[in-house]
Design a protein around this ligand. Structure first.
Ligand SMILES: Cc1cc2nc3c(=O)[nH]c(=O)nc-3n(C[C@H](O)[C@H](O)[C@H](O)COP(=O)(O)OP(=O)(O)OC[C@H]3O[C@@H](n4cnc5c(N)ncnc54)[C@H](O)[C@@H]3O)c2cc1C
Length: 392
């Protein structure tokens, strides 16, 4: 059995659900803990001790790329694509090319009920469903059957996800027609916490939340700004919250709400698992101001020949320039180590569920100087852009 199923130690399970999917006797099912994170549970009477759950587990088996990676700064030449993406829009360019050449793309969406999950798409019109980071653990289990069927038929699939998800998929499926993109990852909060946050916003504004976007660029450009829409009767109002003024974002970025396994993530290294790695090129303004795009610069690691071929195919659609590893990881700590667990982590979910986001937000989640950012936000001052422009 995999290490988690033997030891029941939460830090040993990333919740990808691949063990449950791969189990030949269906002895494993996924359960949720009080915080809303999924963990496998085994029915001993059905287990035949075949070891499949260990062989596919990304916390036990790491198939990292063997070739030496190359790092690049890049962004799409299409500003409309950059504006609707988290960083430089490289995912959308890759996915578009892949679909136009007859492939399918498996990535993460947020549905009408605000549930974050992986889906498969096969037309360019659906690309917007996948664009943009969702800072919630995505449920993979929905699409594994479809993914399996496609790969068995030898269909070309581009899979995009967190490194543990990419690893899970690579451990279980035949990779001949599969190409993978992993994201530099800071960890994931649970869907239950996100549901609770949405309820809080709806109660606060006395309306129905109709849309939430984690990386808005309309208001403050390339930054970490959340946008959401609240419907009251027939009117819809849009709200923007910069990272220091959103209770959800603040808790996440201060490492209070990640899944337990994220704090000892084995994938926070420059030896990547995907054919390509995508990240925000935070710090580009300091190390290579010539490569700064105010709407977003992506950092790309090309980790394999397959990855190199795919990037080659979009070269006319993007601006791309090689950078040194030192410059690449300068401000991207998650290439070197996992997020550092906040002292309040073990109690924060309990506190939020008991006292609510409003009270715990003020007391613990928001930084002490949050009011300064609220004022800047109110005055429409773009703090991130001012900082970036100072360097340009
Ligand atoms: C949970 C999470 C944490 C991240 N942490 C960092 C970080 O610390 N530093 C950093 O530089 N970059 C981080 N990123 C990556 C960054 O936010 C961008 O996704 C990346 O730069 C690609 O941007 P893009 O403009 O090319 O594509 P985008 O249009 O942003 O496309 C994003 C792709 O990510 C996938 N995706 C979105 N949400 C999830 C999810 N919850 N789970 C799995 N896949 C998802 C989508 O399917 C899509 O394919 C993180 C992303 C996620 C999802």
């Amino acid at each position: 059995m995999n290490t988690y199923l033997i030891e029941n130690e939460k830090s040993r399970c990333c919740g990808c659900a691949i063990c449950s999917f791969a189990c030949p006797t269906k002895a494993i099912h996924m359960d949720y803990d009080d915080e809303g994170f999924a963990f496998p549970a085994v029915d001993d009477s059905l287990c035949v001790k075949c070891g499949k759950c260990k062989a596919v587990c990304p916390m036990d088996v790491f198939k990292k790329q063997e070739e030496q990676a190359t790092a690049y700064a890049a962004y799409s030449k299409d500003n409309a694509i950059i504006k609707t993406s988290s960083s430089g829009g490289i995912f959308a360019e890759l996915a578009k090319k892949f679909i136009l050449s007859g492939g399918k793309v498996c990535g993460c969406t947020i549905d009408d009920e605000h549930q974050v999950k992986h889906i498969l798409i096969n037309c360019v019109d659906e690309l917007s469903l996948l664009q943009g980071s969702k800072y919630v653990q995505s449920d993979l289990s929905n699409c594994l059957n479809k993914l399996s069927a496609l790969l068995k038929q030898g269909e070309k699939v581009l899979f995009v996800g967190t490194p543990c998800q990419v690893s899970a998929v690579k451990n279980h499926f035949d990779c001949k027609s599969l190409i993978t993109v992993d994201l530099l990852c800071h960890g994931v909060p649970s869907q239950k916490l996100f549901d609770f946050y949405i309820k809080y916003l709806e109660e606060k504004h006395k309306g129905k939340l109709t849309e939430i976007v984690f990386r808005d660029k309309e208001k403050f450009g390339w930054s970490i700004t959340q946008r959401y829409k609240i419907q009251k009767k027939n009117k819809i109002k849009t709200y923007y919250l910069e990272r220091h003024t959103s209770e959800y974002f603040s808790g996440f970025l201060r490492n209070m709400t990640q899944r337990e396994s994220c704090y000892s993530c084995p994938y926070t290294t420059i030896n990547r698992v995907g054919d390509i790695t995508l990240a925000d090129f935070w710090g580009v303004d300091k190390v290579r101001p010539d490569l700064l795009n105010l709407d977003g610069t992506s950092l790309i690691f090309v980790n394999s020949k397959k990855g190199e071929n795919l990037i080659e195919q979009i070269k006319d659609r993007i601006f791309i320039s090689e950078v040194s590893f030192d410059d690449a990881i300068y401000q991207n700590i998650n290439f070197v180590s996992p997020p550092r667990k906040h002292a309040l982590r073990s109690r924060i979910y309990d506190l939020i569920f008991k006292y609510g986001f409003k009270e715990i937000g003020k007391k613990h989640l928001l930084p002490k100087n949050s009011y300064k950012y609220k004022i800047a936000q109110f005055l429409n001052i773009n703090v991130t852009k001012m900082r970036l422009l100072r360097r340009k």
